[in-house]
Design a protein around this ligand. Structure first.
Ligand SMILES: [Zn+2]
Length: 421
């Protein structure tokens, strides 16, 4: 199986230079910049929640407004989340009993700063946190160490309890590995966007009545969108493919994660048996709520299932997907991005507004950033198929998606205190 490093993954940088993924992965990622503290005046911690997941335990700090934070460590091994110009509502941040690898949570307000103290328990490995916009919260993960060895079965009659290994100094270990993780990786600006032109090579996607292949129009519109984002927003654009090559579905999200993309835009066009159906719809990753959404899921998941036959045969795979969804911390952002793009596409292209929808697309699973899948038009509808092959209309479609991303970006950055607020 081809890996990312041996496939030529194209990257369009703001300078228009093509680079390989290997180069991009080693390139320095723009450091997060803390906005002036005054931008967050009067903020409040309204509550905390500790949730345990398979790989990590999450401390969710609920805020009145989005805010950046810093992570410090105390001498006794506690982690301190520091939020400027913020106070803790009395009793809002407290945890007395251990949950997962989090032993205790306490809080304090001093000198107009909120302090959330997290005591990691045994088995804590390292941490990572990010600030989310809506609902405003800090999502702070404490990762677990992988289990060292399977537990030996204890014979029933054995009189002596099995001696436990001497407890490792959790805090020492924690402190050591915590250094490996960059504590504050909250993106304050959106400066890298990954575009995924759907399908490619022998996976051609849908086919129109006039023989137009979805993979080709997806690519054409994606390239136009990439140029707009690069030239007019000055962001780094990473494309999963630049030509009619085959890229494994899993490698598409891996690429986006590897280059630390802030957004993932999957470009597709729709098809159904009924040739009269037309319009524009935008998806984000979640459970399907109705038959229409389920049908779209099946259509767009075909490439993935062809590449991973065992996955489809595994009855646990759906549960696997749903468990990932349950942890999805980008739902709200993805939904917002989807609404921005849908609104602009409907306004600019004038096709039927089929709305923002949700479905479990495999290609979006594993994305560590807000992600959407746009279905610009119906290739199965002869009139829309014709539009899709018109270069002027392709440009208009790219401009509409561009306008949606731009609106989302501006809203996000304003909320993060970079928009002069
Ligand atoms: Zn498609």
């Amino acid at each position: 199986m081809a890996t990312l490093s041996d496939k030529k993954i194209a990257v369009l940088s703001p300078l228009g230079v093509k680079a390989t993924l290997a180069r991009m992965a080693t390139a320095a990622v723009a450091a997060a910049v803390l906005a002036p503290a005054a931008a967050y005046g009067g903020n409040r911690v309204t509550g905390t929640q500790v949730r345990d997941y398979t790989d990590y335990t999450a401390v969710i700090v609920k805020l009145e407004k989005p805010a950046l934070f810093k992570v410090n460590t105390t001498k006794d091994g506690r982690l301190v989340l520091v939020i400027d110009d913020c106070a803790v509502t009395p009793g809002a941040a407290k945890l007395d009993r251990a949950v997962g690898v989090v032993k205790k949570v306490t809080s304090a307000t001093a000198k107009n700063r909120a302090y959330i103290y997290v005591t990691p328990g045994r088995g804590a490995k390292n941490y990572e946190g990010k600030s989310l916009k809506s609902p405003p919260q800090i999502f702070f993960k404490i990762y677990k160490k992988p289990p060292t060895a399977p537990k030996a079965a204890i014979p029933k009659e054995r009189p002596e309890p099995i001696k436990e290994k001497p407890a490792v100094a959790a805090r020492g270990e924690f402190a050591t590995s915590a250094k490996e993780v960059k504590p504050d990786n909250t993106p304050t600006v959106i400066d890298t966007i990954c575009i995924d032109p759907g399908h490619g090579a022998h996976f051609s996607g849908a086919e129109g009545p006039g023989g137009v292949l979805e993979k080709d129009v997806n690519l054409e519109i994606s390239l136009r969108l990439a140029r707009l984002l690069r030239d007019e927003l000055g962001v780094r654009v990473v494309m999963t493919r630049l030509d009619d090559s085959h890229v494994y579905m899993r490698d598409r999200t891996r690429l986006a994660n590897a280059v630390n993309a802030d957004l993932f835009i999957d470009v597709h066009n729709n098809a159904v048996l009924n040739a009269k159906v037309g319009g524009t719809e935008t998806y984000f990753l979640s459970e399907s709520r109705n038959d229409w959404e389920r049908a779209a899921t099946i259509a767009e998941n075909q490439d993935f299932l062809a590449e991973n036959p065992n996955f489809a045969a595994d009855p646990g795979s759906l549960n696997f997907i749903l468990s990932i969804l349950a942890q999805n911390e980008y739902l709200q952002e993805s939904s917002e991005l989807a609404h921005c793009c849908q609104e602009k596409m409907v306004k600019e292209l004038g096709l039927r507004d089929r709305g923002v929808k949700q479905a479990p697309f495999y290609v979006l699973v594993g994305c560590e950033m807000p992600s959407i899948l746009v279905e610009i038009a119906f290739i199965s509808n002869a009139a829309e198929e014709k539009l899709l092959t018109d270069p002027a209309w392709q440009q208009k479609a790219a401009e509409a998606i561009f306008a949606g991303i731009k609106a989302y970006k501006e809203g996000y950055e304003k909320n993060m205190g970079r928009g002069g607020g």
